[in-house]
Design a protein around this ligand. Structure first.
Ligand SMILES: [Zn+2]
Length: 416
């Protein structure tokens, strides 16, 4: 029997106590946080405002009127009396008018001394320098080919004077700070002299006539010549030392003047001019004008006067030149326009400059002539000194005019 196998057994209940129900649960905050919101005000270009106003009536302008204002009779009478008074006394002041005029310039003789031991040669130029020194250059201004003359320079200083004999015609003189006198000649020699004695001489700095000198600093002398060379020399107490040099070639000419392709051929320099150290200019025998950087000696073409240039001066803000036909001319700073300044007057000797006044010797009738003063500002002749016939003039540091006359006298003239 199967049923017998089932037996009833007692049921046992086991209670298992919970181990977690009363335990304290640690809560973990696991939220996600993003970056906080940042507000920024960024300006953008505002749209152009759009005005759409209309106007139908022109706004009336209020006009002031004198109508209704009364001026007393006394006031009118006082004004009329004042006008009458002014008219009656005007003649008293007319005589004083001349003192107010500044356009009339005159020269008066201050001192006249004969030049002893004058040479057989003509006077070519006059140069004034420091310590009341004046150099009188005896020689020819122009040479057909080479110079075969025996030239001379006379230096006068107050009552002293001494002469320096030269192997050729002198062309330029510069005065050094330690009483040296530097002389250049038509054959290209440069000399350093002291009280009439030649201390040093060189014929290798320039190969042809030296045409101009210009101090760049108390020790540095710039020289230019017909050989096209431009040399910067340093003056020691007894000699000159060339420190830098360059040569102006046909290729440096303004385009209008370049006629052939021989670009390395040199072209002569006739003058150095300028104001201060910044503005330095050169003029060439063909009429070209260049501006020069005195430090690097590099040149750049400005323009050219088709009439040619023999002398060049920078006055005010333009160039004053003497043309190949001995006419006084001007060229603007940009080199574009040219004009005859004093038509009908022939100028042979060097010009002298005093402020904006150009002093020149009128050589129209003969080499020697009266002194003419020409104002650049006014564009007219403002002075004529006819007390003698002059050969050479210069203006010294004291603004006195030094002039040599036909009788070989040295005249010191003052502006009055
Ligand atoms: Zn000569």
């Amino acid at each position: 029997m199967v049923a017998d196998r089932f037996q009833t057994t007692a049921t046992t209940t086991v209670t298992i106590e919970s181990t977690w129900q009363n335990r304290e649960v640690v809560k973990t905050d696991a939220s996600v946080e993003t970056l906080p919101l940042v507000r920024r005000d960024i300006a953008c270009s505002p749209p152009p405002p759009c005005y759409a106003s209309t106007q139908t009536e022109v706004s009336a302008e209020e006009r002031l009127s004198a109508r209704g204002i009364l001026i007393s009779k006394d006031c009118v009478n006082a004004l009329l009396d004042a006008i009458d008074d002014a008219r009656n006394t005007a003649h008293l002041f007319e005589r004083l008018e001349t003192f107010h005029r500044t356009d009339e310039l005159r020269l008066a003789l201050f001192r006249r001394t004969p030049i002893e031991e004058a040479a057989d040669l003509p006077i070519s130029s006059l140069k004034c320098g420091r310590n009341a020194r004046t150099a009188i250059l005896f020689g020819y201004r122009a040479h057909e080919s080479w110079c075969s003359h025996v030239g001379k320079v006379i230096i006068t200083q107050r009552s002293r004077n001494y002469s320096i004999p030269l192997g050729s015609c002198p062309t330029q003189v510069a005065f050094g700070q330690q009483q040296q006198v530097i002389i250049a000649t038509a054959s290209g020699e440069m000399l350093v002299t002291f009280e009439g004695e030649t201390l040093w001489q060189s014929d290798t700095i320039h190969a042809e006539a030296v045409t101009s000198f210009r101090w760049v600093s108390p020790q540095l002398l710039l020289s230019a010549g017909l050989d096209g060379r431009l040399v910067l020399s340093s003056l020691n107490s007894t000699s000159l030392e060339a420190v830098r040099s360059t040569a102006i070639a046909v290729s440096d000419l303004p385009r209008s003047l370049r006629r052939n392709n021989a670009t390395s051929r040199r072209t002569g320099i006739v003058g150095i001019t300028g104001s201060g150290r910044r503005d330095v200019f050169l003029a060439g025998e063909t009429g070209a004008l260049w501006s020069l950087d005195a430090d690097s000696l590099s040149v750049s073409a400005i323009g050219a006067d088709p009439e040619g240039i023999e002398q060049v001066y920078y006055v005010g803000d333009s160039f004053v030149t003497v043309s190949a036909a001995h006419k006084l001319r001007s060229t603007t700073r940009d080199g574009l326009s040219h004009a005859d300044l004093s038509p009908g007057v022939t100028v042979e000797a060097d010009l002298a400059i005093s402020g904006d006044t150009i002093l020149m010797i009128d050589s129209t009738k003969s080499t020697a002539g009266p002194i003419i003063g020409f104002s650049i500002e006014k564009g007219e002749e403002i002075l004529r000194y006819e007390d003698g016939k002059f050969l050479a003039i210069a203006v010294n540091d004291d603004n006195e005019v030094i002039a040599v006359d036909e009788q070989m006298q040295l005249n010191v003239l003052q502006f009055v």
